[in-house]
Design a protein around this ligand. Structure first.
Ligand code: ADP
Ligand code: DAR
Ligand code: MG
Length: 350
């Protein structure tokens, strides 16, 4: 079968760029050992969405090994260079962060730093079974009940949540929406909303998404631009959840020293960390193409105010680090801090 048949001439995804006929043929008949995933299932999202930027998801931890011939070049290209023998590195020490050279509070409305995590022994969102997803929801929510101090909170399953409550949480940027068409195609939305929900503390500054695009999204967020406080809370939360999952269920995060923390999308491998600000840049963003180019030069990615594939509002953008692997968590947050400082200086100069 010719691989070219799957892509239109307008398709500019990394899958189209790197899935040569030779690689496609070499993967014929290859099934992953956890959920029996294969290359055709992995790129279904790209076949259905010719405007994909990446175009592939993993169904389980083994996907990154069994389907390495297509995942490796995509990981290298997306993260700005990450060779097959590169090793993941980590630094979650908030004291290593240097502050912004510009005063951020006049421009930064809010800051959010998140990581994804998945539990070894379960499929990733595209490949997980209905039974596994429900079992995981019970396991994770039990572990979350053990959190203490400013990390303690309550779990709210989507199943049974009132539409009023759900819409308010989404509009206030705390809760996820149902997966987009890219996630629909890869199977991440199956049985929605069963097994999905949100855990958060009273102040909604520490939140955990269960079974969205990844099994866990661990989030620290608040108004303003106190990067150190937000980063510190996130680090404590990641550690506390890991310890509780180990103690209550004897489970660990999916991790290896090359891919770092395993995620369903290769764009989230390594740290899984996206540090973002909602920032007001009405003058700088007036020329959208120039603004996007400026962000790209700063290794930043602009998004709309309601997340991926959403629109900006009144010159407010969600700006975050693009890369997730090949850098430590401190380096990625520092990239955002330094980039925000530069964007503010450019906005003030107009
Ligand atoms: P992720 O990379 O975490 O999946 P998405 O773009 O899918 O990000 O959606 C993240 C959600 O978090 C959206 O509802 C978005 O509005 C919200 N969000 C992201 N960054 C911020 C921020 N700095 N302040 C407030 N809300 C944010
Ligand atoms: N939209 C898909 C995935 C890009 C990264 N975003 C994620 N993982 N939410 C694409 O291929 O463009
Ligand atoms: Mg998302």
């Amino acid at each position: 079968m010719s691989v070219d048949q799957y892509f239109t001439p307008e398709n500019q995804s990394l899958v189209k760029t790197y899935l040569t006929q030779e690689i496609y043929d070499s993967l014929k008949g290859v099934k992953t050992k956890d959920v029996g995933y294969d290359v055709d299932i992995a790129i279904q999202t790209c076949k259905d969405n010719q405007d994909s930027g990446v175009g592939i998801y993993a169904g389980d931890e083994d996907s990154y090994f069994a389907l390495a011939p297509i995942f490796d070049p995509i990981i290298d290209a997306y993260h700005g260079g990450y060779s097959k023998d590169a090793k993941h590195k980590s630094d979650m020490d908030p004291s290593h962060l240097k502050g912004s050279e510009e005063k951020v509070d006049d421009f930064v409305i809010s800051t959010r730093i998140r990581v994804g995590r998945n539990i070894r022994g379960y499929g990733l969102s595209p490949g997980i079974s209905r039974e596994q997803r429900s079992e995981l929801e019970k396991l994770l929510t039990n572990a979350l009940t053990k959190l203490t101090g400013d990390l303690s909170g309550k779990y709210f399953p989507l199943l049974g949540m009132s539409e009023t409550d759900r819409i308010k949480l989404v509009e206030d940027h705390f809760l996820f929406k149902k997966g987009d068409r890219f996630l629909e195609s890869c199977g991440a939305n199956r049985d929605w909303p069963e097994g999905r929900g949100i855990f958060h503390n009273d102040k909604k500054t520490f939140l955990v998404w269960i079974n969205e695009e990844d099994q866990l999204r661990i989030i620290s967020m608040q108004s303003g631009g106190d990067f150190v406080e937000i980063f510190d809370r996130l680090g404590r939360g990641i550690k506390a959840i890991e310890a509780s999952i180990k103690a209550t269920a004897d489970k660990v995060y999916m991790f290896n020293d090359h891919h770092g923390f395993i995620h369903s999308c290769p764009t989230n491998l390594g740290t899984g960390m996206r540090a973002s600000v909602h920032i007001k840049l009405p003058k700088l963003s007036a020329d959208k193409d120039k603004f996007y180019k400026t962000c790209a030069d700063l290794k930043l990615q602009p998004r709309g105010v309601h997340g991926e594939h959403s629109e900006s509002k009144g010159g407010i953008y969600d700006v975050s680090n693009k890369h997730r692997i090949g850098y430590t968590e401190v380096e990625l947050v520092q990239t955002l801090i330094d980039g925000v400082s530069k964007l503010i200086a450019l906005e003030k100069a107009l």
